[in-house]
Design a binder for this molecule. Structure first.
Ligand code: GUN
Length: 305
């Protein structure tokens, strides 16, 4: 039986450590603060942001949410970011993605002060990651590394295959794995004969946003499978394809009209030695790492250990 890499358990460990650090900062008269900008009414983004704000409250981190309308301009958002950059009680600034098509996302991410860039998306932090210098790192791939480390999975010398080349997950994931001495292959939508790569992966990270894309035949027996995908299934036929007659999932599906599935087909986990489930795997870690980054930013900015 493969080991289940439980993200909820690891996230709880990380959050307990963050809460401890928040208490230590309080002794120095510092309360870490996070500002989240949520543009418009994207349902998934609203759920994520609410969860981020709630977790801040649980850990004693100050947070505020800015919710400009869908019609907000790049200039108006730049002005918001400039003000947050100036405010001393704000240690972290997070702009929830994706932004509406008319907003210049890259320009906006570049406007965040690198020392407050808790998403690790600013070019300065991307550069620090790529050159192995300390900086703020993107939360989801950093969470994956934290999970591997805490569960004793050493990637040094292993062949890791990353499916997906996004700026948020795929590319930073590959860089973190290289920095941890893995041999890394990045595959994407234009990769020819993808299965020939995945079948050689000792560590397989799927981050492509396609429900159940990785099937059992694609997984090398005994691989560690990290499933970053969070895809909503609302179609009965798809439900059966992924979950068969799984009674627990069926109950959720009946109650909510949807269930989530990762980028890895649930049957494909069988071939692995360890895997992150969906839900309850990597997703839980992203928020925990955001909290860790906020506290880290608060300490670094004040020259505290
Ligand atoms: N949208 C999906 N994932 C992320 C993330 O990690 N950070 C931000 N800002 N937006 C996201």
């Amino acid at each position: 039986m493969p080991e289940v890499l439980d993200g909820v358990v690891v996230a709880a460990e990380i959050k307990a450590e963050v809460a401890e650090k928040v208490r230590a900062l309080a002794a120095n008269g510092v309360t870490p603060g996070l500002a989240v900008i949520l543009v418009g009414n994207v349902a998934a983004s609203e759920i994520y942001v609410r969860s981020k704000v709630k977790t801040c409250a649980e850990l004693g981190i100050y947070s505020e949410m800015l919710t400009p309308a869908e019609t907000v301009t790049t200039d108006e958002l730049l002005a918001m970011v400039a003000e947050l950059n100036q405010r001393d009680e704000i240690d972290g600034i997070l702009i929830q993605l994706p932004l509406p098509a008319h907003v210049e996302t890259r320009r906006l991410l570049k406007a965040v002060a690198p020392e407050k860039d808790v998403d690790g998306f600013h070019p300065v932090n991307v550069g620090r990651l790529q050159s192995g210098q300390a900086g703020l790192q993107p939360c989801t791939p950093a969470g994956v590394m934290e999970m591997l480390r805490r569960r004793g999975i050493d990637v040094a010398g292993k062949h890791a295959v990353v499916l997906g080349r996004s700026d948020i997950v795929g590319k930073p994931m590959a860089m973190l794995l290289v920095n941890a001495s893995a041999t890394v292959t990045v595959c994407h939508s234009r990769t020819v004969d993808l299965t020939s790569y995945t079948q050689r992966a000792e560590v397989l990270v799927a981050a492509i946003g396609r429900p159940g894309f990785v099937t059992e035949d694609m997984v090398r027996p005994g691989a560690v499978v990290i499933d970053v995908g969070i895809n909503r299934v609302t179609d009965e036929r798809k439900f059966v394809e992924f979950f068969g007659d799984d009674p627990a999932r069926r109950t959720t599906f009946a109650k909510r009209g949807s269930v989530v599935v990762g980028d890895v087909h649930p049957e494909a986990y069988r071939a692995s030695s360890a895997y992150t489930p969906v839900p309850g795997g990597v997703g839980a870690l992203t928020i925990a790492m955001l909290m860790a980054n906020t506290v880290r930013a608060a300490s670094l900015r004040r020259g505290l250990p």
